[in-house]
Design a protein around this ligand. Structure first.
Ligand SMILES: Nc1ncnc2c1ncn2[C@@H]1O[C@H](COP(=O)(O)OP(=O)(O)O)[C@@H](O)[C@H]1O
Ligand SMILES: [Mg+2]
Length: 891
């Protein structure tokens, strides 16, 4: 365990005011954080963003915006005037953002999965982020970390998904149902941006753009609508900064952050998003503007900000919303990492979106070390003074000295930059009351991990401005001095997101299957067909002990695929899918149950598989090996010879092999023939021992449920050597029917989506012959668009390399048996730590750990959405299986 040390110490109030934002004030032994202040701050950064506000002191202490007129703010990019606050931004495009004094570049940073990572992985992640940020080696490097939450694009999802369906019976109704459900659940997704101040603009540029630019803006405002506006920026200036932005971009892209340039559209969104509060995002503009200058930028500020003491009312054409800004005021001396909660990611576990804006100055180690040394020297002086006076130095002072010494050591040893940061959170809400409650909730939430947040009074508008791209620190209070590692350890990029993702433009987002549980909630979509599209292995494993929810999830996936027109074969030894087939055909989909007990004799004769004699021979020998696992060399050779002889003859069948063996003079052959004869006389054996009846099954577009009533599958704990003949026959039949389904799928149009569901898959995968089936289907998976869903209560059987290599998604339901828990975690690719084991054991019904195509793992709750579907597929025999027909309801 390592710790990131965060720095703060209270000191006498009188010593608290500082002249400079960054420099440590003399007389302070360690960094401070002032308490919440009343009224307007007097240490506001002045810079370019002079605010003109009309405060009404009389309305003072009720802390509300709206019921007390605090003066309205209009943000403008041009000249400041009464009731208008001037923001610094002048220009931005897909690479750079220019304020009237500085050039910035904004980058978008992808999120990373944090759940189920090991402490080592977390540390590595934090170190990588630290190193990546430390690479920003500019003079006075200033960084703006902005974490925003985009409302979940439910419409885009539904439209994209609709395009993957055949639009047949039942689909639109179902899509509408899950769309409504997801929409009502109000999900959002996290977006992380990092802005870097590239440098100061030249005086000439500032003048041209500033003075002349302002004049031009006024002029332009009058002339608006006259077509493309000319740029007042000096020629070459944008080019020069672009070059710098791209150079830094290359470094950040190559780093662990994998950042890319934020597009002009995204920067514009950050503005609009912040000012819209809880009103949701405005529809994206139809034109894809690449460069924004003053005239267009002004449109981003539309609306009025009503400035209150502790919150703001954001007034837009669409309505009103409330926003409150909070500063990180105090951190505990020690924050455990990676064992503790990452303090930035921590905000994600609240049930409403919490936005983050952190402005940070990266301080080179030499300077940070000098600062600390100076403060240390001062503290020692104080200590000496007190001692001289004969008094006992306060313990706090001794602690401060110790902390500063550790810090000094860390800075000189690691040579990593230090951060002077202004970290703020903000929450928004549609009503004032809700906003107040959210402020309380977020404050309380952070108190739990020893962090104090302050919803300061009178600064709200400054904090809003400060959170916008390209702005400066506008409230110098609550500065935190921390090692860069502490910021990285806050895990700004961590996410709980899981499930389907469009990667490099390939794929789509599948149907809704549930939401994440645990650290935070996020919507989970899954379509088994996405793997093939993204050129990944197409097998899906669903594991867990009985009663966890495996069948329920499988039924949901079958239902969703069937409603989109996929061809599905379900191998269902227990008949769980029968009611679902009935429900699907009631909906108007082609679905049927094919009980093998009534299927034509010889349907599963291994010699009927494939046209190639070699294939027929292989299938027959594999089947016989399943039936007779411990063959002596003699018997094995007899079997192979007999199979070979029959295969080359006319109309080969397993029955003929038995006859040939029986009729032989060789006692070994005779003996084997007698054993097989007795097997062939068992129930259901006629399926594979009769001469091949050529039953044709038209599968395209159908959901076919193969039920195998009467099978006596062995127990998962029974060793293969101890199977009875009946159990061997059952396993062999299950294998043959799976092969049959595979062949059926192989004959269908290559591009049509197809899926094979295999329940009790362990019975097949636990045999060497059966385990080969998985790579066979998987191989055809990508080329023939076929998914294979393996449902098994025995994860160990899926762990052979040839099988695991084919599995790209895993759903692990509850497991408690020791060996099984270890196997499941291994299948999930998750560290078998006690914590992870405990999570797996404690899963409730319908909850599982999901590892997705991108190797992200997390806990999810499977959500069937439809009551009707639930009633139809309920596997609990004690409950009424299906709804009573409406007609029977008495009038
Ligand atoms: N997603 C879910 N939502 C609600 N109940 C569920 C869910 N999954 C499972 N259950 C409940 O748990 C019981 C067992 O689920 P089932 O899918 O049959 O488990 P398994 O196939 O793993 O033995 C079901 O009868 C159902 O009542
Ligand atoms: Mg089941």
């Amino acid at each position: 365990m390592t710790c990131c040390r965060s720095r703060r110490r209270a000191r006498p109030r009188s010593a608290r005011r500082r002249a400079s934002r960054i420099r440590l004030s003399p007389g302070c032994s360690l960094p401070d954080c002032p308490p919440p202040r009343q009224g307007r701050s007097n240490d506001q950064t002045n810079g370019c963003g002079e605010l003109s506000r009309s405060h009404d002191p009389a309305s003072g202490h009720r802390g509300s915006a709206g019921d007390t007129p605090w003066g309205d703010e209009r943000l403008v990019s041009g000249k400041k005037s009464k009731g208008r606050s001037r923001l610094a931004i002048r220009y931005f495009d897909d690479r750079v953002l220019l304020t009237d004094t500085h050039a910035w570049a904004y980058y978008r940073v992808p999120s990373v999965s944090y759940e189920f990572t090991t402490p080592d992985e977390r540390e590595t992640l934090a170190t990588n982020i630290t190193v990546a940020l430390a690479a920003i080696r500019m003079q006075d490097a200033e960084v703006h970390l902005r974490i925003a939450h985009r409302p979940y694009p439910a419409v885009d999802w539904a439209t994209g998904l609709d395009a993957t369906s055949d639009g047949g019976p039942g689909w639109r109704e179902y899509l509408e149902q899950i769309y409504q459900h997801v929409w009502a659940k109000d999900f959002w997704s996290k977006e992380i941006y990092i802005g870097v101040r590239l440098g100061q603009r030249s005086v000439r540029a500032q003048l041209t753009d500033g003075l002349f630019g302002n004049f031009m803006n006024t002029y332009r405002a009058a002339e608006r609508g006259r077509g493309p506006e000319e740029d007042a920026l000096p020629a070459g200036e944008v080019g020069k900064w672009t070059e710098q932005a791209e150079r830094l971009g290359r470094a950040l892209t190559a780093s662990a952050l994998a950042a890319r340039h934020a597009s002009a559209r995204e920067v514009a969104w950050l503005f609009r998003h912040t000012l819209m509060g809880s009103l949701g995002d405005p529809p994206p503009s139809a034109t894809r503007r690449r460069t924004w200058s003053a005239g267009e930028i002004e449109q981003l500020y539309e609306g009025v900000v009503h400035n209150g003491r502790t919150m703001l009312r954001l007034e837009q054409v669409q309505g009103d919303s409330w926003a409150a800004f909070l500063s990180f005021a105090r951190f505990p001396d020690l924050m455990a990492f990676p064992d503790g909660e990452p303090w930035l990611h921590y905000a994600d576990s609240l049930p409403f979106p919490v936005e983050i804006s952190s402005r940070m100055h990266l301080i080179p180690p030499a300077k940070a070390s000098k600062d600390v040394s100076r403060r240390l020297a001062h503290a020692r002086d104080m200590d000496a003074h007190i001692r001289e006076a004969g008094a006992e130095a306060p313990i706090a002072l001794a602690e401060q000295i110790a902390a500063a010494r550790m810090l000094e050591h860390g800075i000189t040893k690691d040579r990593l930059p230090f951060v002077y940061g202004w970290h703020r959170l903000f929450v928004t809400a549609p009503t004032r009351e809700l906003c107040v409650r959210r402020v309380e909730a977020v404050t309380e939430h952070y108190r739990d991990i020893g962090i104090d947040l302050v919803n300061s009074t009178g600064d709200q508008f400054s904090l809003l401005s400060e959170s916008l791209p390209g702005e400066k620190v506008r409230l110098s209070s609550y500065v935190q001095r921390q090692p860069l590692y502490t910021i990285a350890g806050g895990m700004p990029t961590a996410t709980v997101e899981l499930g389907d993702r469009i990667a490099e433009g390939v794929g789509w987002i599948g149907p809704y299957i549930g939401e994440t549980l645990g650290r935070a909630r996020s919507v989970v979509h899954f379509d088994p067909m996405v793997a093939a599209a993204r050129n990944r292995p197409t097998a899906v494993a669903i594991t867990g002990e009985p009663g966890g929810g495996k069948t329920t999830l499988a039924m949901l996936l079958i239902y969703q695929l069937a409603l989109r027109g996929a061809t599905i074969a379900v191998i269902d030894p227990k008949g769980d899918a029968e009611p679902l087939a009935e429900f699907l055909s009631k909906t108007g989909r082609k679905a049927r149950v094919l009980p093998l007990s009534s299927a034509a004799a010889g349907l599963l004769d291994p010699f009927s598989f494939g046209d190639d004699p070699a294939v027929k021979r292989t299938m027959a020998t594999e089947t016989l090996r399943l039936l007779l696992p411990r063959m002596s060399e003699e018997r094995e050779s007899a079997m192979i010879q007999a199979v070979g002889a029959v295969a080359t003859g006319p109309r080969p069948s397993l029955g003929k092999v038995v006859r040939m063996l029986e009729e032989s003079d060789d006692p070994a052959w005779k003996n084997l023939g007698a054993v097989m004869r007795s097997i062939s006389e068992m129930r259901l054996a006629r399926l594979c021992f009769s001469p091949s009846g050529s039953q044709q099954i038209d599968a395209q577009g159908w959901t076919t449920v193969f039920t195998l009533g009467g099978l006596t599958l062995p127990d998962t704990t029974t060793g293969r050597e101890d199977y009875s003949y009946e159990q061997r026959l059952s396993v062999a039949l299950l294998y043959l029917v799976s092969q049959f389904a595979r062949r059926l799928m192989n004959n269908i149009d290559r591009t049509a989506p197809k899926a094979i569901f295999l329940d009790e898959a362990w019975a097949i995968t636990s045999t060497p012959e059966g385990a080969k089936l998985v790579p066979e289907v998987s191989r055809m998976g990508r080329s023939r668009n076929t998914a294979l869903i393996l449902i098994s209560q025995n994860a160990g059987d899926l762990l052979s390399e040839q099988v695991t290599n084919c599995i790209s998604s895993v759903f692990a339901f509850r497991s408690s048996e020791r060996a099984e828990v270890t196997n499941v975690l291994s299948l999930l690719g998750v560290e078998p730590s006690e914590e992870h084991k405990a999570i797996l054991r404690a899963l409730g019904n319908g909850e599982c750990i999901f590892r997705d195509l991108d190797d992200r793992a997390g806990r999810i709750g499977v959500d069937l959405v439809s009551e009707q579907l639930r009633d139809w597929i309920d596997t609990n025999p004690t409950r009424a299986r299906r709804p009573q027909p409406a007609a029977s309801t008495p009038q």
